[in-house]
Design a protein around this ligand. Structure first.
Ligand code: OGA
Ligand code: MN
Length: 222
């Protein structure tokens, strides 16, 4: 990958696009980009996730600080793997998300400090019940970002992300997890859920956070 290449995040390629993202987040609290990530990077990420799955390197996701997996299973059925810079393809994505972080900070004064993300695999029948992306007492996830890696997702395949307006049941959006789509939303403000998937569903879920480290302890613990 050469550094002069166009950014793999399409939104980083032009001022009007980034303005539209910032405006949508400020006005509505969410933004959806279809074809937001270039297909070469999407394919590389998908291959990486499939290899991790084949090597049994995905783990059951917990909820909150205490990993009560029995409870977690009734809430969410995905299997995850945290991204790190030990991997080239993961680093490519993390670098793009870092550029987006700096750009969002310039436009929205959000003070986003860092980005963390995991791959997720939802096996057929799994879901993630309605929730908000911040832990009680550690409200430091500010913007959530989800990127989808599923080719040929069909209307009947389920697995849509449903975004709700605050505490009401009003549905703001119902988003199919199609390859290359990226959704951004305000972590604390928009409850959301993943409807049951009818086939394997692959994605990356990430969060821009404030710096809530105390005495060099990253908060919250993973
Ligand atoms: C999450 C989440 C949404 C999705 O992981 O917290 O809400 O569409 N994911 O995968
Ligand atoms: Mn979530």
């Amino acid at each position: 990958m050469n550094n002069n290449a166009e950014p793999a995040l399409v939104v980083l390629q032009s001022e009007p696009l980034i303005d539209a993202v910032s405006q949508a987040l400020a006005d509505h609290g969410w933004w959806l980009g279809e074809a937001a990530v270039d297909s070469e990077l999407v394919h590389a990420l998908r291959a990486d996730l499939l290899a991790l799955r084949a090597n049994d390197e995905l783990e059951r996701a917990g909820i909150g600080r205490d990993l009560d997996f029995q409870l977690a299973e009734r809430v969410r059925g995905d299997r995850i793997h945290w991204l790190s810079r030990a991997s080239t393809v993961q680093t490519r994505l993390l670098e793009q998300m870092e550029t987006l972080r700096l750009t969002l900070n310039e436009n929205l004064f959000l003070g986003l400090f860092e980005f963390e993300a995991h791959y997720a695999h939802y096996p057929p029948g799994s879901f993630y019940r309605r929730h908000v992306d911040s832990f009680k007492g550690a409200a430091n996830r500010i913007v959530s970002a989800v990127i989808y890696l599923n080719e040929d997702w069909q209307a009947g395949d389920g697995g849509e992300l449903v975004l709700y307006a605050g505490s009401s049941n009003e549905i703001l959006a119902r988003i199919a997890p199609r390859a290359g789509s990226m959704v951004l939303f305000l972590s604390e403000e928009l409850p959301h859920e993943v409807l049951p998937a009818r086939r394997d569903r692959y994605s990356i879920a990430g969060w821009y956070r404030l710096n809530a480290s105390i005495n060099n302890q990253i908060d919250p613990a993973r």
